[in-house]
Design a protein around this ligand. Structure first.
Ligand SMILES: C[S@@+](CC[C@H](N)C(=O)[O-])C[C@H]1O[C@@H](n2cnc3c(N)ncnc32)[C@H](O)[C@@H]1O
Length: 214
């Protein structure tokens, strides 16, 4: 918890929150994994101190392939030390690889069945948000699922304390999210058991896309 708060103070744009996500949000974000039969390929983007990672590791079985991509080197060191090294030695037949790099540049080996994304898009420039989603959809299997979240009412709360340019940016972020959800059959779920409460969004890969094809 303290490590997360320290990194949030150092770099709020990337971290986007002062608390790590709760186990209840982690359960909602990772629930799809158990439903996939056979060997699974999973990518986690922005694991931070690892609340979603912990839940994913608990669902993995022999033959699965799990990759993580995290921009912050301090989080990467902590993840390796606290979770990944121990997991690898206990489960040598599950492949687990952490890329300490931005998702925009990481050398990833998709396609993935599931992408669990914890990035704080409301802190990002709209162009970067679009670029990251393009990359994630390119890495997702056609019948795969991409799950991301945001804090409930985040734009309503942030809007009044932002300048005109900041409000215009948030509006663009909102419009990009809505358009993605329309195109990719987005389903949402309110998760009250998190501080602050969060909304998860599930988007389908290219094959499962809703009516309008891009
Ligand atoms: C809101 S925190 C979420 C952390 C964790 N998943 C949780 O829910 O508590 C966002 C995380 O994304 C990471 N991050 C931000 N931009 C990134 C990027 N471009 N590529 C990879 N990771 C990034 C941050 O360093 C941080 O760990």
């Amino acid at each position: 918890m303290l490590d997360f708060i320290t990194e949030a103070i150092r770099n709020f744009r990337h971290t986007g929150s002062v608390w790590p996500s709760s186990p209840i949000l982690a359960k909602a974000m990772t629930s799809t994994i158990a439903r996939i039969e056979g060997q699974r390929r999973i990518l986690e983007v922005g694991p931070g101190t690892g609340p979603f990672t912990k839940s994913i590791l608990g669902k993995l079985r022999a033959g699965d392939h799990f990759e993580l991509v995290e921009i912050n080197q301090n989080f990467c060191r902590k993840l390796e030390k606290d979770m990944l090294q121990g997991f690898r030695s206990r489960h040598p037949n599950v492949a687990v690889k952490l890329h300490c790099a931005p998702i925009e540049e990481a050398d990833l080996s998709g396609p993935y069945d599931v992408i669990v994304c914890g990035l704080p898009f409301n802190n990002f420039p709209p162009k970067l948000m679009r670029q990251i989603f393009r990359r994630m959809f390119a890495l997702l299997k056609d019948n795969g699922e991409l799950i991301y979240f945001e804090y409930a009412g985040v734009r309503v709360m942030k809007g009044p304390v932002m300048d005109k340019a900041g409000r215009a940016r948030l509006k663009r972020i909102d419009a990009i999210g809505k358009s993605l959800r329309r195109k990719h059959g987005g389903e949402k779920e309110l998760v009250l058991g998190n501080f602050p409460p969060a909304i998860t969004y599930r988007l389908k890969g290219r094959k499962g896309k809703a009516a309008k094809k891009a």
